[in-house]
Design a protein around this ligand. Structure first.
Ligand SMILES: C[S@@+](CC[C@H](N)C(=O)[O-])C[C@H]1O[C@@H](n2cnc3c(N)ncnc32)[C@H](O)[C@@H]1O
Length: 448
């Protein structure tokens, strides 16, 4: 196949990145935005010999599961790359992905539950981080076009809490009015690189973080004076990111106005969240995710549990009332400070949080002779390390409760835990990220 050639292709599957998959003369073609059951005329964008990438030029036969996405920008940016598929089919797609990964690992005996739907299908995100750039001489917020750093301006981000979109647009307008220059990646100049807005779903409190090239610049104080007048804004920070990098946040946050954190609730617990701390982005689905994990953990009043990759302590503190002691470990120091603070705030006295890498602290604890009953892990996408797993196993937990945002690393780590004598017969997908292909899962591995 040649670049720009138009081929007719029948779509038979969806890739884990939500691209339609078909075959032409034995070659696999990934077609953006196409759905299984469709026949499309596709324009080849890139040919890599054994596979090619393409985009739809015409839908010849349309899937009954297709939803007409109102904004072309969502497709261009890949912001919500499953939004063209009916929601119940999105849930099936996520379950199927987990089944296929287990099957590839010869673990077909493990059942995969139906994906737990999110209470909100759109407008569920409690946090937005959006790039700021100049487009045709005007400061814009939006999202980068897929595989590029060209900004596609947006006003409706679809999955954000609409209150967050309201604040993003108000801040954008203030920056425009005060003639603050947006960051220019090529020249490494200008000021505002990203806007971050967080909202406590239970409290309505909002935090605005301006991610800037410089620590201070002309007009900053005037901008802050106006942002603090936006309804709901309770906290303003500047994050200083002076580097030439694609990483969104710099290391240091400077408090500009208002509170130093915002509050949110999970179940009956209150959490204070500071700018760089991880907090699950789907506030209404989070208590359901934790309940699934905690209910299956079979906790007792004599248990010592570990909350590994603890963020601001949300899982351990939610489980604390059922056990004797909680020990948490988290690499981001500010999050550990938040976790300790959150324990105090909720009058929880049996939880201790430690700053450090889980793969370093766990071996230290194991060497000191720590004995655990249940270990909760909730790592980032790359999953656990062998060092962590070996040390965790040494502490003798009867259960390892694994919450995962990447089913591929989950299955890899499950295999390691199974080699160490743990078994499970169920993985439960939970939809934390509707309209996107991301899959969250819970599984409980037990040693008899
Ligand atoms: C998916 S989040 C889970 C946070 C928390 N359990 C929750 O539900 O909100 C993963 C957390 O792991 C932390 N983390 C990343 N690498 C780590 C490491 N090597 N050791 C300990 N924590 C780490 C991140 O900072 C983040 O807070």
């Amino acid at each position: 196949m040649k670049k720009n050639e138009i081929v007719e292709v029948e779509i038979t599957d969806l890739s884990y990145e939500a691209m339609g998959v078909g075959h032409v003369n034995g070659e696999t073609v990934f077609v953006n935005n196409a759905l299984p059951g469709e026949v499309v005329k596709a324009q080849i964008l890139k040919d890599k010999k054994s596979y090619a990438f393409a985009r739809i030029s015409e839908i010849v036969k349309e899937s009954p599961d297709r939803v007409k996405v109102p904004l072309r920008q969502y497709v261009q940016t890949g912001l919500t790359s499953l939004a063209h598929l009916k929601y119940d089919k999105q849930l099936e797609f996520k379950q199927k992905q987990v089944k296929e990964l287990l099957s590839k690992a010869h673990l077909d005996q493990i059942k995969v539950a139906e994906t737990l739907p999110s209470p909100l299908e759109t407008g569920y995100r409690n946090k937005a981080q959006v790039p700021v750039r100049m487009v045709k001489g005007q400061l814009e917020i939006g999202f980068f076009r897929r595989h590029s750093h060209d900004l596609v301006p947006l006003e409706d981000f679809f999955t954000n809490d609409p209150e967050i979109d309201r604040v993003l647009l108000a801040v954008r307008d203030i920056l425009r009015e005060k003639r603050i220059p947006a960051y220019d990646e090529e020249k490494h100049q200008g000021q505002v690189r990203y806007l971050e807005v967080r909202r406590g779903t239970a409290t309505g409190d909002m935090m605005v973080v301006l991610v800037c090239l410089d620590r201070d610049f002309p007009g900053l104080h005037a901008v802050v004076d106006e942002i603090k007048e936006i309804a709901g804004v309770k906290s303003i920070f500047l994050n200083h990111n002076p580097k030439r990098t694609n990483v969104i946040l710099g290391e240091h946050d400077y408090h500009l106005w208002g509170k130093r954190y915002i509050d949110d609730k999970i179940g009956d617990l209150t959490f204070e969240i500071s700018p760089q701390s991880f907090f699950q982005i789907n506030s209404l689905q989070t208590p359901r995710l934790y309940k699934l994990a905690i209910d299956q953990a079979g906790l007792t009043k004599d248990d010592l549990i570990v909350d590994a990759y603890s963020g601001i302590g949300t899982i351990g503190l939610s489980a604390a009332k059922y056990v004797k002691e909680v020990r948490g470990v988290e690499v981001v120091k500010a999050a550990v400070k938040d976790a300790k603070n959150n324990a105090r705030l909720n009058q929880i006295h049996n939880a201790k949080y430690y700053a450090g890498k889980a793969e370093e602290l766990m071996p230290k604890w194991a060497a000191e002779g720590l004995k655990t009953d249940v270990i909760f892990v909730d790592p980032p996408r790359k999953g656990l390390t062998k060092e962590f797993i070996d040390a965790a196993v040494k502490t003798g937990p009867k259960k390892v409760v694994y919450i995962s945002c990447n089913p591929a690393t989950l299955v890899r780590d499950m295999q390691l835990l199974m080699e160490a004598g743990y078994t499970t017969d169920l993985v439960s997908p939970v939809d934390m990220f509707p309209q996107t292909p991301h899959v969250e899962c819970v599984t409980v591995l037990t040693k008899e």
